[in-house]
Design a protein around this ligand. Structure first.
Ligand code: GCO
Ligand code: MG
Length: 403
């Protein structure tokens, strides 16, 4: 299982994706996702200059050793670029190992803990009415859990709401960052009304989620958590920026609304205090940005000791390679909570043929050896990279805020 080649494929079938392919002397290959939204080419440079040349001639079966070679061996630890690069190598190597073993990846991890993986979809609308229509569409399509984000009166553009009702939401929508204007008070006054309307129309059984996208302070998050308690959210996500993990201790004292965090985390150390103090309920760090299967497995195991469950990040800016590998992980991990699912465009699905399938609000893992996702390199060439940036947010007085 000697590595003979390793190269990147950058393609943009609707949005940018970076994919690593590692090939062994026997011809067996594996692929890993290396997409860091809005910062794609920094990971390309990191891999091409510092990682890929060191892989040639190594034994692909030594996943653990290669992980530490890339982590400890870099001297400069952690960070999204490094950890995304390591993750791409790691997932590609697990893909190779499972293919060589002739097993779907979940078997190598320990086998199935469940038959299917519950997902949540995204309902978005300009106002509450439009948003409720989108929730209804998701319910009709079989979803058991729906994230609900609506426009707020007085805020012109807001995270999570598509420009036109019924269109999928894509945040990296401009070559250079768009500037949005944010008002915490308008938002806080509006969200409880949205969830009151959702429960009134859809009853108690549907799981409902909401993403604050890092824009509150701890005491504001505490207020929101308390005010939505009657509507029994499945989770309130990223309610404050999480560099200061202790902030979650304050929020926790005030509310029983379950808290999810971690899509921007890239290592266990970002979440250690959050988990050990039981300040959160769901950890969202996912394979592509947090060092791959080898590292996220450690995060999940620590989380399990403290009743924290997984709720992997799964937006369209993570490629089907990430989603496919995540579904294997979700099928195995004992402390699974939920998986995020934003459907990719059909052009993306054609570039990345895969064997997972969506059925009745759940993903069913595929049975092909490996993680079950491939890349059509010829087709990928038809979609050249296009620079695309995430927006920024400013308060109404012009202060740069969290988007
Ligand atoms: O919960 C989510 O799915 C996320 O918040 C995403 O929508 C991020 O904004 C995106 O991944 C940034 O690239
Ligand atoms: Mg989020």
């Amino acid at each position: 299982m000697i590595i003979s080649d390793a190269y990147l494929i950058v393609t943009s079938p609707g949005r940018n994706f970076v994919t690593l392919k590692i090939v062994t002397e026997s011809g067996v290959y594996g692929i890993g996702d290396a997409t860091l939204n809005g910062r794609e080419l920094s990971v390309v440079a990191y891999l091409e200059e510092h990682v890929l040349p060191t892989l040639i001639g190594r034994d692909a079966s030594r996943i653990e050793d290669i992980w530490h070679y890339l982590y400890r061996g870099a001297y400069w630890r952690r960070g999204p670029v490094t950890m995304t690069a390591i993750a791409a190598v790691d997932v590609a190597l697990w893909d190779i190992k499972a293919k060589v073993a002739g097993m779907p990846l979940y078997q190598l991890l320990g086998g199935k803990s469940r038959d299917r993986v519950m997902v949540y979809g995204h309902a978005t609308g300009r106002d509450i009415e439009a948003c409720l229509e989108e929730v209804a569409r998701h319910v009709d399509e079989g979803y058991k859990a729906v994230r609900v984000q609506a426009g707020v009166p007085g805020i012109a553009s807001i995270y999570g709401v598509a420009k036109k009702d019924g269109e999928p939401y894509e945040p990296a929508d401009a070559e250079l960052p768009a500037e949005h204007v944010w008002s915490t008070s308008k938002y806080l006054n509006h969200v409880p009304k949205l969830f009151a309307a959702v429960r009134e129309r859809f009853g108690d059984d549907l799981h409902v989620l909401h993403d604050v996208h890092h824009r509150l302070t701890p005491i504001e998050a505490a207020r929101l958590g308390k005010e939505v308690e009657p509507y029994h959210l499945f989770w309130l996500e990223d309610c404050v920026p999480a560099e200061n993990q202790e902030a979650f201790g304050l929020i926790r004292q005030h509310t029983t609304t379950p808290l999810a965090v971690g899509e921007v985390f890239n290592s266990l150390y970002d979440a250690k205090a959050l988990i050990e103090n039981q300040w959160i309920d769901y950890i969202r760090a996912t394979l592509t940005h947090a060092g791959g299967i080898t590292h996220v497995r450690r995060i999940a195991d620590l989380a399990g000791l403290y009743h924290v469950r997984t709720g992997f990040h799964g937006p369209t800016d993570l490629s089907p390679v990430c989603l496919g590998a995540a579904i294997h992980f979700d099928t195995w991990v004992p402390n699974f909570g939920i998986q995020e699912y934003m459907p990719h465009t059909s052009a993306t699905d054609e570039v990345f043929p895969h064997d997972y399938r969506f059925e009745d609000g759940h993903f069913i893992v595929g049975e092909k050896p490996g993680h079950g996702v491939d890349i059509d390199e010829q087709l990928a060439k038809q979609y050249p990279y296009k620079r695309a940036s995430l927006p920024v947010n400013r308060l109404e007085d012009g202060t740069l805020w969290h988007w």
